[in-house]
Design a protein around this ligand. Structure first.
Ligand SMILES: [Mg+2]
Length: 505
């Protein structure tokens, strides 16, 4: 069982405690712990506290650019390399033995299982009734598929395109992904591992702010149909009552303003008051009736119905625009395998001289774009100059180092040193280098894209089951261009073809 842990974080100090908790107890260590720093404007490096020795080497921090938890989790799992990805929120505390329990949960899964859900425990005060906010947090214990602790198979995430970034908050993006997995025929199991989710301090108006989720519910219904709540076990909530209360209040105020006090205005405002009062009582009754809690409940109960209504209307207005921009259906490749000569750098035949290395225009931006998208890289290069006795392996290595000096790290280098008559299995157009690169990167050849400048690159890709993108140069033969499945004018354009418009920019 191999797994990576992905934690998106807004920079909360709870992250340090999570890392400590993750290090406790037995069980297999993750391959890596990918922390995605999703602070919109980081003021400095992310504070990781003092992680246990055993985990320190495994932690990688990536920038999430403040685009929200769905985008941050996508950034995270795309940088993971293990078969399983365990998502944890940055404010949870896995119980001691969590790693062992996760391994057991995953081992017990059926072949059709794409995911395993952890059990969330929200500790509540024993000595008094829980507040509205505490009860709200405790709802996580009953939520299905909450990414506070949720493990998914990486290949399923890849096939589904990951989280839908049209869900901008930590709300419904988890249920949306799970429903898409179920639609694709997968199962999601309930695990036995336990993660504690303490109640965090929240601002007084948190319950009003949470009404933004009504817009996400509109998108859920548009994407998954009216039956989505039943499938996701999501209670209906009070939206209809909030709308009625808001309409009554607004109409009552309008009638009062235009015609002065009258029976209709009194009736409408009475209905508004009744609706607001009922909501307030429903929230006050089960809680601690302290002056502070009661005041908060009265104040927020007046604000919640109009806030819910406004967010619902906003969701309705955004719905069409969002539906017109579905996330890319074609998943990103796991890796891009780059030819060297004529693709990354100008082709100098049998070059053994690092000083003659010159990147092609746009090569730096192109490989940067691939790295930014979390796509792994490798270089696959025929160097028959070695087999022909024109240059040595050391010359090739020196040239390759120079390429990386100019373009940055390009992943493993797979070089075929043989001459055409040597009968090797690696010289392109044979698939050997593509297969070896995929193996080195731990991905399937089908999830790789090869970019090269001649037909042999594209043939090698095809023979290995990978996709090929040809970026012809003047030296490329016309029939090679005609035979290529995808042709791009430049390396930059090839990368755009792979990542989508603006991808990696
Ligand atoms: Mg070439």
């Amino acid at each position: 069982m191999s797994y990576d842990v992905v934690v998106p974080t807004g920079g909360r100090e709870t992250l340090a405690a999570l890392l400590v908790a993750l290090g406790g107890g037995d069980g297999p260590l993750p391959g890596r712990i990918v922390v995605v720093d999703d602070r919109p404007a980081p003021a400095g490096p992310l504070a990781l506290g003092d992680p246990p020795e055993s985990l320190r080497e495994l932690i990688e921090v990536h920038a999430g650019e403040g685009r929200g938890p769905a985008a941050a989790r996508n950034t995270g799992w795309r940088r993971s390399r293990s078969r399983w990805v365990a998502f944890l929120d940055d404010d949870v505390l896995p119980e001691p033995g969590w790693r062992q329990a996760l391994a057991r949960d995953i081992d017990a899964l059926a072949d059709r299982a794409a995911g395993s859900q952890g059990r969330i425990r929200v500790p509540l005060p024993a000595e008094r009734k829980p507040t509205d906010w505490e009860r709200n947090t405790a709802g996580l214990e009953r939520a299905r598929w909450a990414t506070a602790d949720m493990a998914y198979r990486r290949d399923v995430l890849s096939a589904l395109g990951g989280f839908d970034e049209r869900f901008p908050r930590a709300y419904r993006e988890d249920a949306d992904l799970a429903l898409r997995a179920l639609d694709a025929g997968w199962e999601i199991a309930e695990g036995k591992r336990i993660t504690v989710h303490p109640v965090r301090p929240a601002p007084r108006l948190v319950s009003v702010a949470l009404q933004a989720g009504n817009a996400d519910d509109v998108l859920m219904r548009a994407l998954h149909g009216p039956g989505w709540r039943a499938r996701a076990d999501a209670p209906r909530g009070r939206l209809r009552r909030h709308l009625a209360t808001t309409v009554a209040g607004a109409a009552g105020a309008a009638v009062l303003a235009t015609r002065g006090p009258s029976k209709p205005s009194a009736a409408l405002l009475g209905a508004w008051l009744a609706g607001t009062g009922e909501l307030a009582w429903n929230r006050i009754a089960p809680g601690p009736r302290t002056p502070s809690e009661v005041t908060t409940m009265l104040m927020t109960s007046a604000l919640i119905p109009p806030a819910a209504s406004a967010h619902w209307i906003r969701g309705q207005m955004d719905r069409r625009r969002l539906l017109r921009h579905p996330p890319s259906k074609r998943p990103l490749p796991e890796a891009v395998l780059l030819d060297r000569d004529g693709t990354l750098i100008h082709d100098v035949p049998y070059n053994g001289d690092p000083s003659r290395v010159e990147p092609l225009p746009g090569a730096v931006e192109a490989v940067d774009g691939l790295r930014a998208a979390g796509v792994q890289l490798a270089v696959i290069s025929n160097q028959s100059g070695v087999g022909r006795g024109l240059i040595g392996e050391r010359d090739v290595a020196a040239v390759n180092s120079r390429v990386e000096e100019l373009l940055g790290p390009l992943g493993p280098w797979l070089v075929c040193p043989h001459a055409p008559g040597d009968g090797c299995r690696c010289r392109k157009p044979l698939p050997g280098l593509v297969l070896a690169a995929a193996e080195r990167l731990g991905v399937s050849p089908e999830s790789c894209v090869v970019i090269g400048d001649i037909g042999a690159d594209i043939e090698a890709a095809r023979a290995a089951g990978a996709r090929g993108v040809l970026v012809p140069t003047k030296a490329t033969r016309r029939e090679e261009v005609a035979a290529a499945p995808v042709v791009a004018d430049s390396l930059r354009e090839a990368v755009e073809t792979i990542l989508g418009p603006g991808g990696g920019a």
